[in-house]
Each structure stands twice: as C-alpha cells, then as structure tokens.
Write a protein that binds this ligand. Structure first.
Ligand SMILES: Cn1cc(CCO)c2c3c(c(-c4ccccc4Cl)cc21)C(=O)NC3=O
Length: 305
C-alpha cells in the first residue's frame, strides 16, 4: 500500500524536536532495538543543487566520522517518497543554544556557564574538532545551535528512564552499555552535530555557515586555513555560553571582534580569556590548533595544578 515506508515501519515517532528550512527533526523510537534516535526528514534536494551537495556532504561526513564521543553519531540515511532521512544519535539534553537562551531568561550570574562547566564544554568541543580535523575535514558551522547535550546523570539515566518510560510496550529498552555505566557519574557530554557544512580541508567546497560565528577570511573566500575557521567559531561559541552576550551579525561590533577584540568573561581566569583571544586572531595561522588547545593548561579543571 502507498503509505508503507521504512520510516513508519521501523520507527515510532515520539515528538518533533525542531523545524528549519532544512526540514524537520523528530525523536523516534526504533521498534526493533527500542532505542531513541533523532531523525531529520527533508525534502529531496533538486539534483545538482547546493542543497543536494550539502545533503551528500552530511552523509559522507558522518560515514567518515564514525564513533567519536564528541561528534553526534550517525546510524543510517535513506530516501523515500520524495524525502531524505538521516538517522542520528538522540542527545537527550537539548542544544547549547537552548541552554544559553534559558540562562539568558534567568539573567544575573546564573545566566551563564560557570568556570568548571565552561572548561568542560571547551574541552569536549576541542576533542571533537581535533578528531574532525584529524580526518582531513572541517565543520564550518560550529555554533550553539549545532552543539547537543547528552545527559547521563540523575533523572536522565537510562535505567531511571526505563522505569519512568511512558512506553506501554516497554520498548524503551535503552540498556546502558558498560561505557554508559562508566558515564553514570559523568554528567553532561557535549557533542558536535549538524555536519551539513562539513567539507574537505584540502579540496574545499565551502557552503558558508552562520556569519555571527565565522571569521573574516571565510567571508573573503580565503579557504587556505579552514581548520582555523572552526577554532574561531569555537571561541565565539564558548564566549556566548560564558555569558558574553549576543554576537553581532555585521556592523562595527562584528569587525571589532574580527580584529581580535573580545571582552573578557569576568568570572573566568585570565589564562582562559587569553586563550579565547588567541583563537580569534585575525591571522588564521596565529590561532592555536585543536591539538595545541587540548594541552592548554587554561582548560585544566579548576583546582588541579
Ligand atoms: C533540533 N534538534 C534537537 C535535537 C535534540 C537535542 O536534544 C537534535 C538532534 C539532532 C539534530 C540534527 C541536526 C542536523 C542534522 C540532523 C539532525 Cl538529526 C537536530 C536536533 C541530532 O543529530 N541529534 C540530536 O539529538
């Protein structure tokens, strides 16, 4: 019959997670394995269009960027009924943009990440970028809306979720694997998602990301140091999570940041603010690489020497 579709046959659609010009994302439970997934459903792109290239880039990138803790995991992609589907790991803690927006609503000092959390965020995303760059790829759209949170602690723990799961069929059999058990006391894991702008470092086909987070050289079509563009975007993403405020889309403030001027995050140590300033240097080659950042003592948890 006409409405047979892999999507409906293999998955139970729980709720819509988001909407965009790209299409819609749903939280789905796989009827066979009982696990939850995030599935993006988008109109089949016109053959030969930039949309098609992006769609293929995304799937190729996921295929290359196998299992890395700080990159959203890919499971499958398929086409049917004039739509494309991509099935990814479901991250149960929302996006960093949601968290930043919530913080902003609260206002005051709780309206931002504290020192230990901001260092953890930075470290996770740096590890994710180090992996992406080590595969000869760049993300090119690092921003709070593309960072997703996996919460393994407290009421989100898989076992707790199982007991509270509303699925009458008890299908929500998300038995934590041993490394999940390890994560039990870990808390939040940050993951880089939305690989729609990913391209090769050496043979780039650049589709520009969000100009609020992009360095000037990309907007001048200088693609000679693409990994350093991700480093620039990472700095502004962390700056925003640290309570740095809304980032400009254009105008004098936009240019001021591109000239290396970034206000200090007053609750962070000087070394951390210096690191952010290094990451947004106008000259891409002068910005630290992800490999160098991982060893930066400014990322050591507070209290450790
Ligand atoms: C809007 N939205 C909300 C979420 C859940 C956050 O708690 C989400 C996810 C993804 C994606 C996503 C982004 C880009 C491409 C494909 C997908 Cl499935 C979008 C998501 C994704 O790949 N994994 C997600 O959890």
């Amino acid at each position: 019959e006409i409405n047979t579709s892999r999507y409906n046959e293999e998955f139970h659609e729980v709720c819509k997670l988001g909407d965009g010009e790209f299409g819609s994302v749903y939280k789905c439970v796989n009827r066979l394995d009982g696990c939850s997934y995030a599935i993006k459903k988008s109109k089949m792109p016109v053959a030969g269009s930039a949309y098609e290239r992006n769609a293929l880039n995304e799937v190729y990138a996921h295929a290359v960027l196998g299992k890395q803790l700080h990159v959203v995991r890919y499971y499958s992609a398929w086409a049917e009924n004039d739509h494309m589907y991509i099935q990814n790991e479901f991250c149960n803690g929302g996006s960093l943009a949601d968290i930043v927006a919530e913080h902003r609503m609260q206002g005051g000092t709780e309206g931002r990440f504290h020192e230990a959390d901001l260092k953890r965020l930075m470290m996770h995303l740096t590890l994710g970028l180090r992996y992406i760059h080590s595969q000869g790829l760049v993300h090119l759209d690092i921003k709070p809306g593309n960072i997703f949170l996996q919460c393994t602690k407290g009421d989100n723990s898989p076992i707790r979720r199982l007991s509270e799961s509303g699925h009458e069929s008890g299908l929500d059999l998300e038995i934590p694997s041993d490394d999940d058990q390890m994560d039990e006391e870990v808390g939040v894991i940050y993951k880089i998602g939305d690989l729609g702008h990913v391209t090769s470092t050496v043979h780039p086909l650049v589709e520009e990301g969000d100009c609020r987070y992009l360095p000037a050289e990309i907007l001048r079509d200088d693609f000679s140091h693409l990994p350093k563009a991700d480093i620039f975007s990472l700095a502004l993403t962390v700056f925003e999570a640290g309570g740095g405020g809304d980032l400009p889309k254009n105008g004098p403030e936009w240019h001021s940041i591109r000239n290396g001027n970034l206000p200090d995050l007053d609750h962070m140590p000087p070394a951390f603010n210096l690191m952010l300033k290094d990451m947004i240097k106008r000259v891409p080659a002068e910005r630290p690489s992800a490999v160098m950042l991982v060893h930066n003592t400014a990322l050591c948890p507070p209290g450790l020497k």
